[in-house]
Design a protein around this ligand. Structure first.
Ligand code: G3I
Length: 348
């Protein structure tokens, strides 16, 4: 494409986004994303970390004014809450939970049982099967009981399926307890807080057929056994070079909803695999489309009640080099913010 034409294209994109930004702001009547989502009884969340709060309050302000749900990014993981066996530490978890409560935000607890971010005493432990069941039960029930009435929903088991969906993922719980560890984890959490909404959470399950099918069958089997799994979280860490079509997202969300589960998008972000390849305006445009597709699909499926973005701004998100979220490094809204706001605004 000639230089003149590509300049025209980029100019067109910039103009179209600023026009759509103006249009969306007018439509939203100056309301924030949180206000628009709340008016639709829709949960729009962000991962947030007390360790990322800024002295000028800009991080915290974006988090509390633009989102009505918060997932503590790391403060509730096993390494943080039980760093030594039987010695629980809720200092940081209590701080981020208090922040969410002070700002009237729903809290999505993350996560109770996961192969990653385990303290060494668990990861390298030499437990018998009964010992590890007792360790897992004590961890789950101590943490869930501590936050009962404060945390409304939990990622009970995270990423238990092998990366590409070929069976269950190797971890110490599978090796020592067996596949029943999954059902046990949900049972323990339910006993500790019968009112909490209990999620199974994983990635790649919105788009990779083998992994999506494995997850669907895993959940169907758990439900058949009467295991108290109430919901499924699709993390949706996407690359925005080729946006997944709305229909593809929607079909999977609907299939999971047909099991009677609540569905949540739990960790959405969208970045370019080759940021140097295309001009910034084009990358921002494609990213905005990726966000719009995913939000559209969620809003089209009645079982999909929440959409969480994995990070407040591009500076503090876990992929800060790829600028994957909807606020830039200076907490300014990007075209993806406008497309999320517009999509929620226009949804039923
Ligand atoms: O400071 C702690 C140290 O005290 C502790 O012993 C150690 C244990 O791993 O963690 C140290 O800090 C870092 C932690 O973030 C808190 O900042 C870890 O080094 C670092 O690995 C950890 O990264 C997080 C990662 O999960 C692993 O837990 C990222 O911030 C977080 O964005 C990322 O989020 C995950 C979701 O939980 C699950 N789905 C995928 C998603 C992205 O990877």
């Amino acid at each position: 494409m000639s230089r003149f034409l590509s300049t025209l294209l980029v100019l067109g994109l910039i103009l179209s986004f600023s026009a759509s930004q103006l249009c969306s702001n007018a439509l939203a009547k100056g309301r924030t994303l949180r206000q628009v989502a709340t008016s639709k009884h829709f949960l729009i969340g962000s991962a947030g970390s007390i360790w990322k709060f800024t002295p000028d309050g800009s991080y915290q302000n974006t988090l509390s004014t633009q989102f009505n749900m918060l997932t503590p990014e790391n403060e509730l993981k096993w390494f943080a809450t039980e760093p030594q066996q039987g010695k629980f530490d809720f200092y940081w978890g209590d701080k981020i939970v208090a922040f969410a409560q002070q700002n009237n935000m729903r809290i999505h607890g993350h996560t109770l049982v996961w192969f990653d971010s385990l303290p060494a005493w668990v990861k390298n432990g030499t437990f018998t099967r009964d010992e590890l069941i007792a360790v897992m039960k004590n961890h789950i029930q101590t943490v869930v009981s501590h936050y009962k009435g404060k945390i409304q929903e939990w990622d009970v088991v995270n990423e238990a399926i092998e990366h590409h969906g070929n069976g269950l993922r190797d971890n110490i719980f599978l090796r020592v307890i067996g596949p029943e560890y999954i059902a046990m984890a949900f049972q323990f959490a339910h006993e500790a807080d019968p009112d909490a909404v209990l999620f199974y959470n994983d990635f790649g399950t919105e788009n990779w057929p083998i992994k999506s099918d494995f997850q669907y069958n895993l959940l169907k089997g758990l439900l058949k056994q009467g295991v108290p799994v109430n919901a499924v979280g699709l993390q949706m860490h996407e690359y925005s070079d080729n946006p997944i079509p709305v229909d593809r997202y929607r079909k999977e969300l609907q299939r999971l909803g047909s099991l009677g589960l609540r569905v949540g998008v739990t960790e959405f972000d969208a970045s370019s695999k080759e940021p140097q390849k295309n001009p910034l305006a084009m990358r921002l445009g494609v990213q905005a489309q990726t966000y719009a597709n995913a939000v559209s699909a969620c809003r089209a499926v009645s079982a999909c009640k929440s959409f969480t973005i994995w990070g407040v701004n591009d500076k503090t998100t876990h992929q800060s080099d790829l600028a994957p979220v909807i606020f830039d490094a200076n907490n300014q809204p990007k075209p993806a913010y406008t497309s999320v706001l517009r999509t929620v605004l226009r949804s039923k």
